[in-house]
Design a protein around this ligand. Structure first.
Ligand SMILES: Nc1ncnc2c1ncn2[C@@H]1O[C@H](COP(=O)(O)OP(=O)(O)OP(=O)(O)O)[C@@H](O)[C@H]1O
Length: 256
């Protein structure tokens, strides 16, 4: 059984002024432990698809099933990470990581121990008492990821988590995050504009059309499978083959 099942999903937004058809008949299955990237032209409906998976909105048509059950609202088994790290500036790193646990009312001491363990394990052990503003952009995103991991979700939804960062930081954080997520064995759905990032991080790349978006192609990335960090995969001979294949698929949907 697939962990995520999107069946015949269409979504329209209604405002006072207009109606926007964001998604049309989207079908997608993601297996347990799989890492799927979603690429598509700007404004096509990628974030809408993630919001549906997060249970924050309901589809106008079709259904989303997680773990075999119809999704009717946010699930505790799903973590969501956005482009903006949304750290609270007045809380130190540890207390930012603990925020979700507090909201959920988890026991303080075990949560604190696990937070410290994760911070240590992923290179932030020396920054526990720092304020977010004392950290680099890449470190802040790592804190945001650890905050999400603390709640131990089975599924992680990542919406352009690196796009606010400069290119070098983006590359090295991509390596770190890919390593952390493989290490944690999570099911991941990553939305990105960056084809290279999509190919080198995921087991499968899903291409969406322009709005109303549907899935036009899926490319299993057979050479990756967590074998090497994303930056090393960029140097592999198969990389450009996958890149061109995805770009060929995508370019007709991109308007300049
Ligand atoms: N809350 C909303 N109300 C009305 N329209 C919306 C809402 N959210 C998104 N839309 C519209 O739905 C369409 C799809 O938006 P969405 O944010 O899902 O696209 P995207 O592919 O994630 O965009 P980007 O590539 O810019 O991040 C866009 O036309 C957007 O303006």
């Amino acid at each position: 059984m697939a962990q995520i099942e999107v069946r015949g999903v269409s979504h329209r937004y209604f405002t006072m002024k207009e109606e926007t058809e964001a998604l049309r008949n989207v079908n997608l299955q993601v297996e347990t432990g799989e890492f799927v990237s979603i690429v598509g032209p700007s404004g096509c409906g990628k974030s809408t698809l993630l919001s549906l998976l997060a249970g924050m909105i309901r589809p106008t048509q079709g259904e989303v099933r997680l773990f075999g059950e119809l999704l009717t609202g946010p699930s505790r088994r799903v973590g969501y990470m956005l482009q903006n790290d949304s750290l609270f500036e007045w809380r130190d790193v540890l207390h930012n990581v603990l925020i979700g646990a507090e909201v959920r009312g988890l026991d303080r001491e075990p949560a604190r121990r696990r937070a410290l363990e994760l911070l240590e394990r992923y290179g932030l052990g020396g920054f526990v008492g720092h304020a977010p503003k004392q950290l680099s952009g890449g470190m802040r995103q790592r804190v945001a990821l650890i905050r999400t991991l603390l709640l131990d979700p089975d599924i992680l939804l990542l919406d352009e988590p690196f796009s606010a960062l400069d290119y070098q930081t983006r590359l090295s954080l991509g390596d770190e995050v890919a390593g952390i997520l493989r290490d944690q064995g999570k099911t991941v759905v990553l939305v990105t504009h960056d084809i290279a990032e999509a190919i080198t991080m995921a087991d499968r790349v899903v291409v969406m059309s322009r709005r109303p978006a549907t899935i036009t192609a899926e490319h299993p990335v057979r050479y990756a499978a967590g074998r090497l960090p994303p930056t090393a995969l960029r140097k592999e001979p198969e990389f450009s083959r996958y890149f061109n294949r995805v770009w060929e698929e995508l370019k007709d949907h991109v308007r300049v």
